[in-house]
Design a protein around this ligand. Sequence first.
Ligand SMILES: *[C@@H]1O[C@H](CO)[C@@H](O)[C@H](O)[C@H]1NC(C)=O
Ligand SMILES: *[C@@H]1O[C@H](CO)[C@@H](O)[C@H](O)[C@H]1NC(C)=O
Ligand SMILES: *[C@@H]1O[C@H](CO)[C@@H](O)[C@H](O)[C@H]1NC(C)=O
Ligand SMILES: *[C@@H]1O[C@H](CO)[C@@H](O)[C@H](O)[C@H]1NC(C)=O
Ligand SMILES: *[C@@H]1O[C@H](CO)[C@@H](O)[C@H](O)[C@H]1NC(C)=O
Ligand SMILES: *[C@@H]1O[C@H](CO)[C@@H](O)[C@H](O)[C@H]1NC(C)=O
Ligand SMILES: *[C@@H]1O[C@H](CO)[C@@H](O)[C@H](O)[C@H]1NC(C)=O
Ligand SMILES: *[C@@H]1O[C@H](CO)[C@@H](O)[C@H](O)[C@H]1NC(C)=O
Length: 274
Amino acid sequence: MSQKLFAAAFLISSYPVWARQITVTNSCQYTIWPAMFTGGTEKPSVPTGWEAPAGNTTTFAVPDNWVSGRIWGRTDCDFSKPNVSSCATGACNGGLLCAAVGGTGIPPVTVAEWTLGNATDGSPDNYDVSLVDGFNIPMSVVPTGGCTVASCTANLNTNCPAPLQLQGSGGVVGCKSACAAGLDNDSAGSPNCCTGSHDVPSTCPPSGVQYYSYFKDPCPDSYAYAYDESSKTALWTCPTNVTADYTVTFCPSNSTSSPLNSTSSSPLNSTSTP
Ligand SMILES: *[C@@H]1O[C@H](CO)[C@@H](O)[C@H](O)[C@H]1NC(C)=O
Ligand SMILES: *[C@@H]1O[C@H](CO)[C@@H](O)[C@H](O)[C@H]1NC(C)=O
Ligand SMILES: *[C@@H]1O[C@H](CO)[C@@H](O)[C@H](O)[C@H]1NC(C)=O
Ligand SMILES: *[C@@H]1O[C@H](CO)[C@@H](O)[C@H](O)[C@H]1NC(C)=O
Ligand SMILES: *[C@@H]1O[C@H](CO)[C@@H](O)[C@H](O)[C@H]1NC(C)=O
Ligand SMILES: *[C@@H]1O[C@H](CO)[C@@H](O)[C@H](O)[C@H]1NC(C)=O
Ligand SMILES: *[C@@H]1O[C@H](CO)[C@@H](O)[C@H](O)[C@H]1NC(C)=O
Ligand SMILES: *[C@@H]1O[C@H](CO)[C@@H](O)[C@H](O)[C@H]1NC(C)=O
């Protein structure tokens, strides 16, 4: 084999196919530090944490065999402090760059999650905006190709119930889930956390989760507790042949160019279900 041919074969077999793009926009009027935690062996073309001043947009590629990952926003960061105390919300092990192992955001934090589909077996993309770990920043995930928008556009810090509040300098900086706040401590398990005797959907209904409606009512298209798939408006799918790109927007309602801005034609009012 000539050296050139060898090089070409090496490139084809070793480099990921950059099939998708994810765009992350900070429409908040303050700096945030987006963070990412990724599964699988193939990684996106961006570090696992970066600074996003107000208005910043960062676009990166993800390989089609990315498999899964999550993106969240961190607030009020000072990376001269150790790791997990470096931000008011969302801090991770590793500082600015979240560690490959154990580098997930500390609750309360709003999280965008993906499991990408597989063209070979035809499985679809699954994605959501999760409040299972509580809330810190409003967020939306807008796919291309007409797939449904997942979002929590309301600021749930504003009226966060007292037992769930995370206080920071200047007030409530995050709103904990009832699970994370440790509101129920039944030795048989927790209806808020869906653990123990409540560890299947039938024994962990939304009616047993304290403050469920505080999260789900203003954010009906978010994933509001561990078994929220029963709402049919928590986990969204996009067909694998769409190979959707995704735009993540922090504080989407503060953006003047967001599709969430319009009313009657809002993708939030899409009737498509997973
Ligand atoms: C929009 O921006 C204002 C001013 O910075 C901020 O107080 C408000 O919380 C933002 N709205 C949302 C939904 O985050
Ligand atoms: C904002 O986004 C651009 C484009 O992705 C990036 O190059 C730049 O470094 C970002 N600005 C800051 C201050 O991080
Ligand atoms: C996609 O599906 C095929 C067939 O089930 C499987 O062999 C392959 O490992 C999958 N790819 C990924 C990245 O999961
Ligand atoms: C900081 O993060 C690194 C990388 O994950 C970890 O090894 C270290 O133990 C962390 N330090 C603290 C104080 O949490
Ligand atoms: C729940 O249990 C944890 C750990 O045992 C404890 O720290 C916490 O105070 C308990 N909370 C309540 C409300 O009893
Ligand atoms: C994806 O597949 C479906 C079902 O086979 C088909 O109706 C649709 O047109 C395809 N979409 C694209 C973008 O290829
Ligand atoms: C979007 O919202 C801004 C601020 O409320 C408003 O000025 C603008 O006209 C809106 N645009 C559309 C297309 O509705
Ligand atoms: C969604 O659209 C339907 C039909 O067009 C309309 O009746 C309904 O009021 C809309 N809901 C919202 C929240 O805009």
